[in-house]
Design a protein around this ligand. Structure first.
Ligand code: GLU
Length: 285
C-alpha cells in the first residue's frame, strides 16, 4: 500500500507553493489508491504560530484535499525522537557536542555547500548528551566510503557525499529538541510512509535523511521533488517573504492554477469549478 504525506510547518497558513506540494503528494498517493497523511511539523515551537495548524487544515478541506487518519503533531512525538537519538549515541553513530556556532565557524577548516563544516572537535570526547549540548551524526562513520545515492522521481539520479560536503550535521538541538532531519526520518518510518513528494527546496535535505535512515536501520521511501512556485521577483514563495495566504483567487481557480503548475492539463471549463470536481478529473487521468 502506497502511503504519501504532506508535512507543513504551522508557521502560517498555506500559500500557493504549499498548495502545489500538498496537491502533488495527494495526487500521487491517490492515483495509486494509497493513503495520504498530514503531519504538522511543529517540533520547533518558536517557529510556529498559534492557530496556524487549524488554518492549514481548514484550507486543505477547502481545496478538497481530505487526508486519512489522525493528523500527527511532532510536538507530541519528542520521546520517539529522543529514543532514536539515544540509539545513535549508544551505537557510536552520534556524539554530543558542546561547541557554539561561533566556535564551529572559527574552527572550521573546510567549507561545503552550506558553509562551515564542523571539524569534529567533540567527536571522540564521549560527552554526555544533556540540555545545552547538541548531538551530531558521525556522518563519515555512517556513510562509509560511498556517497549517498538515490533516484528522484523527477530529478533522476542524485549523488551526494554528505560526509565531505556537510559533515557531522546536528540531530538534536541545544534547546533540547530534535532537529528537522531526525524528526522527519523517525516519523516517516513510524507512519509507514512509502513515498515522499515535496518541493524541490528540500532536495538537498534528502541525502541527509537517507543517511539517517541508514544509521537507524529504517526503510528509505521513494522521493520526488516537485518544482517550486516562485514569486514574481523569482524568490521562493514563503511565509518569510509574505507570500499571500490562500485562497488567492477562488478555491476553484487556485486548484486549477496548481494543477496547471504541476503540468496537468485541466480543461478550461473546469477552471473555477468545485475543487473536488477538479480533483476527480485529475484522478481519472
Ligand atoms: N515541514 C517542512 C516544510 O514545511 C516539510 C518537510 C517535508 O516535507 O519533509 O518545509
Amino acid at each position: 500500500m502506497v502511503i504519501g504525506r504532506f508535512a507543513p510547518t504551522p508557521s502560517g497558513g498555506l500559500h500557493f507553493g504549499s498548495l502545489v506540494a500538498a496537491l502533488a503528494s495527494f495526487l500521487s498517493a491517490r492515483r495509486q489508491s494509497g493513503r495520504w497523511l498530514v503531519r504538522m511539523e511543529d517540533v520547533d515551537a518558536p517557529r510556529c504560530v498559534p492557530g496556524a495548524d487549524g488554518q492549514i487544515l481548514r484550507q486543505l478541506e477547502l481545496y478538497g484535499l481530505h487526508w486519512d487518519g489522525e493528523v500527527v503533531y511532532q510536538s507530541q512525538r519528542s520521546e520517539a525522537y529522543r529514543a532514536a537519538r539515544d540509539a545513535l549515541l549508544e551505537g557510536g553513530l552520534a556524539y554530543a557536542c558542546q561547541c557554539s556556532r561561533v566556535q564551529v565557524r572559527t574552527a572550521a577548516i573546510h567549507f561545503g555547500s552550506e558553509g562551515a563544516i564542523y571539524p569534529g572537535t567533540c567527536r571522540g570526547l564521549g560527552l554526555h548528551a544533556e540540555v545545552g549540548l547538541a548531538v551530531r551524526l558521525d556522518a563519515q562513520r555512517v556513510q562509509g566510503t560511498d556517497s549517498v545515492r538515490f533516484v528522484d522521481g523527477l530529478h533522476g539520479v542524485i549523488e551526494h557525499d554528505v560526509a565531505a560536503d556537510l559533515g557531522d550535521f546536528v540531530l538534536w538541538r541545544v534547546e533540547d529538541f530534535a532537529a528537522y532531519h531526525l524528526a522527519v526520518v523517525v516519523d516517516d518510518a513510524w507512519q509507514g510512509v512509502t513515498e515522499v513528494v515535496r518541493g524541490s527546496d528540500l532536495l538537498d535535505s534528502t541525502p541527509r535523511q537517507i543517511l539517517l535512515q541508514r544509521a537507524l536501520g529504517l526503510p528509505t521511501p521513494s522521493y520526488a521533488h516537485v518544482p517550486l512556485a516562485l514569486a514574481a521577483n523569482g524568490q521562493k514563495l514563503s511565509k518569510q517573504n509574505l507570500a499571500p495566504c490562500l485562497p488567492i483567487k477562488s478555491p476553484g481557480e487556485d486548484v486549477w492554477d496548481a494543477l496547471v503548475f504541476l503540468g496537468e492539463k485541466p480543461p478550461l471549463d473546469l477552471c473555477g469549478a468545485k475543487p473536488t470536481e477538479q480533483l476527480h478529473w485529475a484522478l481519472s487521468q
